[in-house]
Design a protein around this ligand. Sequence first.
Ligand code: LLP
Length: 383
Amino acid sequence: MFSAQEIARFNDTPTPFYYYNLELLKDTLDVVKETSSKYNYHVHYAFKANTNNEVLELIQSYGLGADCVSGNEVKKAIECGYTSEQVVFAGVGKSDAEINIGLDNDIFCFNCESIPELEVINELAAVKNKTAQVALRVNPNVNANTHHYITTGLEENKFGINIWELEDVLVALSDMDNVRFIGLHFHIGSQITDLNDFKGLCLRVNEIQEWFYERQIIVNHINVGGGLGIDYENPIQNPIPNFEAFFKLFHDFIELRPQQELHFELGRSIVGQCGTLISKVLYVKNGVNTDFAIIDAGMTELIRPALYQATHSINNLTSNSEEIKRYDVVGPICESSDCFGKALMLPTTKREDLIAIHSCGAYGEVMASQYNLRDLVKAVYQN
Ligand code: LLP
């Protein structure tokens, strides 16, 4: 998992820190490139998953587009060398200032989620005498079997335009001189491990396309979002998701018109496995049913377990003990939910042992907070 030199380095580095394996990220990107280019698919990297500079620059060097959800992400994409043509800006609540950042940078497309938003983009574009390209984010009402906080494609979610509202949207668009309707956008959720959920999306996209086709509307860009899950249980054995099967499924089930391009916005599946949170045990405390290994990383560095009951694989990297004991691995924050794993079987653990929490490359560092006035922690790169 980690070499003796790496462990020595971890011991010499102030903990906690994010440890990025850029070789694994390269291998992952190679697979993404190879498997998507078979079908001429366009892959955008969802910035929200990880905006660490080294990570972003590496991804940019592979020619992926940038899927941004804030004005600052748009700025960062441009700073990192993405061309304006490669930048897409999504989000249910774009502020005027953020829309202006997109307009000033002549980004490729705004993914829009409501008529009021389209009206504002139209007005702001008119002020600048520009035409903004827009895609409509349609809520496909497809259930993804994932945590309810990260499912997005149901009518009850705040995201997207419902199918019965599309007629009104088309009427509104026909009055707007400064927006150009170029695409349809969908996203059903994140950490989706059953590819059948994506098949459901394909079939729904086909129906929705038919609806537009009946009205003589063919848009050039179909964007099916992100959401491909990673293996949180066995990250070492299974470091690269099955992109081949993922893209093939879209190829098999989505019906594209000849001039249509298919776009994806992948975050977690690209960066999830390349990051590990390295932490040290501060104290081991006896409990009633289990002992507590209290480590120096907390929900401030990785909020996923507290927020989504997510489980990440955890190892003690330095214990030589043959004996296996039961521990709750917890952080130092004053919240009961600051717990990385309950009743984990680990070799006997003591103060100063190094603990690795795997699969932290996506939604780890980006979701860090300074709660309890803690310091934001550094990133270290495998070399
Ligand atoms: N496109 C849209 C419109 C999205 O909302 C998202 C993620 C993505 C693409 C990228 O999805 P991915 O390929 O990474 O699944 N913080 C949560 C995940 C939130 C996902 C939000 N949207 C977590 O840690 O599980």
